[in-house]
Design a protein around this ligand. Structure first.
Ligand SMILES: NC(=O)c1ccc[n+]([C@@H]2O[C@H](COP(=O)([O-])OP(=O)(O)OC[C@H]3O[C@@H](n4cnc5c(N)ncnc54)[C@H](O)[C@@H]3O)[C@@H](O)[C@H]2O)c1
Length: 314
């Protein structure tokens, strides 16, 4: 049976991207993934997906987009760590800004109808005075990662004005769930869950009172599918509007994993803000999106995933 719809997912072998790929395949899309496998894994991909191993900043990625000629592009490939961005701002800008421009230009040349971009609601606003923050509030990133995401957003807005190229920017909160990389410097739920299950000492950077807005990965996939339709908002927050501090997160994960050690505390990380939560009223009105998975359920599912993974490796 011929495929009715085609999609390219950059970063599709990674955490959020691979969940998006699963849903697109279930919905009958022919999917091409472009990923350099720097943190993504082949085994995250379902059968039937074409994987092009390429860096999104290079011609090979643009060629793959032109030959797939997708109706939909979900651009998830990125340098994702705030800490890395503060240490290596040039590397962050190369992947996040030049990578986006390369993918975007290939998308335009291929007649792509909709481009969905993952921006960062946790960094583009900096430290807002009023929480939860809405899209109408000023952006003021306090680290290179937030700035590279905002620069990419500006390219998308310019492509809309100059070329009528349609996109939706999803400003994501802190996303967690199965397949998140527990070995990097981003993704506190995965990092804590894996360390706790292994009985290793965990470290909280700062005093543990920093607050984040946690959203389970399947809720992001719902937002992507809603954003894939024609029209929709130019940019919107994807968050729960609620915030949880790191100490509380640690307590909840300790209970789920049976972890008995006390966390140790380290110096705060440069570029980290104190508190963020996102007002997703616009997503509710324009995409019909609200988060469905509460924190307790999502954390339990995530811990089960890492427990199962650890068991199958022993
Ligand atoms: N996880 C979160 O909490 C969160 C929050 C806000 C925004 N985002 C954004 O969502 C997207 C996906 O993040 P994730 O959490 O799934 O991270 P991830 O690291 O699991 O996924 C990123 C994927 O991109 C690939 N990649 C990295 N550099 C590449 C390059 N130069 N060329 C090709 N592929 C490359 C990696 O191999 C990986 O598979 C990113 O754009 C990230 O900035 C994530």
């Amino acid at each position: 049976m011929p495929f009715a719809k085609t999609a390219v997912v950059t970063g599709g072998a990674g955490f959020i991207g691979s969940h998006v790929v699963d849903r697109l395949v279930d919905d009958g899309y022919r999917v091409t993934v472009i990923d350099d496998l720097s943190s993504g894994k082949r085994e995250n991909l379902p059968p039937g997906v074409t994987l092009v191993v390429a860096d999104v900043t290079l011609d090979a990625a643009a060629d793959a987009i032109r030959s797939a000629a997708p109706e939909l592009i979900v651009h998830a490939a990125a340098q994702i760590s705030v800490s890395v961005s503060t240490r290596k701002p040039l590397q962050d800008a190369r992947i996040n800004v030049l990578g986006t421009v390369n993918v975007l230009e290939a998308a335009r040349a291929s007649g792509t109808k909709k481009f969905v971009f993952f921006s960062s609601g946790g960094t583009v606003y900096g430290q807002p005075e009023d929480l939860p923050v809405s899209e109408s509030q000023q952006t003021a990133p306090e680290n290179p990662y937030g700035t590279s995401k905002l620069a990419s957003e500006e390219y998308l807005e310019m492509y809309r004005r100059a070329f009528g190229f349609e996109s939706t920017i999803l400003r994501l909160a802190n996303i967690y769930g199965p397949r998140q990389d527990p070995h990097g410097e981003a993704g506190v739920v995965a990092i804590f869950a894996l360390a706790m299950l292994a009985g290793n000492q965990i470290t909280i950077f700062g005093d543990g009172n920093d607050e984040r807005d946690y959203v389970y990965v399947s809720d992001v996939v719902d937002a992507v599918m809603a954003a894939a339709a024609p029209g929709g908002p130019h940019r919107c927050n994807i968050g729960s509007g609620m915030s949880t501090n790191v100490n509380e997160l640690c307590t909840r994960l300790s209970a789920l994993t049976g972890y008995a050690l006390k966390p140790q505390y380290g110096p705060p990380r440069p570029g980290d803000i104190h508190a963020i939560s996102l007002d997703a009223t616009l997503a509710r009105i324009e995409l019909g999106w609200t988060p469905k998975v509460d924190l307790e359920t999502g954390l339990a599912r995530t811990v089960e995933f890492f427990r199962h993974q650890a068991d199958s490796q022993t």
